[in-house]
Design a protein around this ligand. Structure first.
Ligand code: GRF
Length: 188
């Protein structure tokens, strides 16, 4: 199944998906890596891996989210994409793109949803005194970080954890979880 990976930054989850897609038995291939941020480090990584990359800078569409998303949608359709994986894509999507790709767009979020949607999940989990934290792969619906959960992975919160240490522990699980959840999603 041809997929697109949408990124805004570092792209370590994208990298995990690239590695999974290199396995001969893996049911997805990456048709396009797309970023709203032309300076995303992940674009360079993807390019070096021989993948098609594209930046569609949202700043070129001032006050025109719909126009930006229309450009994205056209690029995705043009590349033959069937499933979208959001991986650190930091723009909130409008109902337009969500509706267009309903049931075919996945996201990874660094918390055990429905706990801690939004930003700064690790600091918030620590502040709340959680003893467990983790990450979630879910289908994208209109609400931010809502939508049916596909898979989750848990980590312990350890004494002396900082948001950074906890984030590192969660990220390790993200890199395992995303390829696994996508595989299960694509395998009937
Ligand atoms: C990850 O923690 C992901 O869960 C969140 O943003 C971060 C992106 O990291 N949505 P990367 O760009 O995949 O390295």
């Amino acid at each position: 199944t041809p997929i697109a990976v949408l990124i805004s930054g570092r792209g370590s989850n994208m990298q995990a998906l690239i590695e999974a897609c290199a396995r001969p038995d893996y049911p997805a291939c990456i048709a396009l890596v797309l970023s709203n941020n032309p300076d995303a480090a992940g674009l360079e990584t993807a390019h070096k891996a021989g993948l098609a990359t594209l930046a569609i800078d949202h700043r070129l569409f001032p006050k025109d989210r719909a126009g930006h998303e229309k450009a994205i949608d056209e690029a995705l359709v043009g590349a033959g994409v069937k499933v979208i994986c959001l991986a650190g894509y930091m723009r909130v999507l409008t109902p337009y793109l969500v509706e267009q790709w309903k049931g075919r767009m996945l996201n990874i979020h660094p918390s055990l949803l429905p706990l801690y949607p939004g930003l700064d999940t690790h600091a918030r989990a620590l502040e709340a005194g959680e003893t467990r934290h983790g990450c979630t792969v879910h289908l994208v619906t209109d609400g931010v970080d809502e939508g049916p959960i596909l898979q989750q992975a848990e980590v312990p919160v350890l004494p002396g954890d900082t948001p950074e240490r906890l984030a590192g522990r969660v990220l390790e699980q993200e890199h395992r979880l995303y390829p696994a959840a996508l595989e299960a999603y694509l395998t009937p």
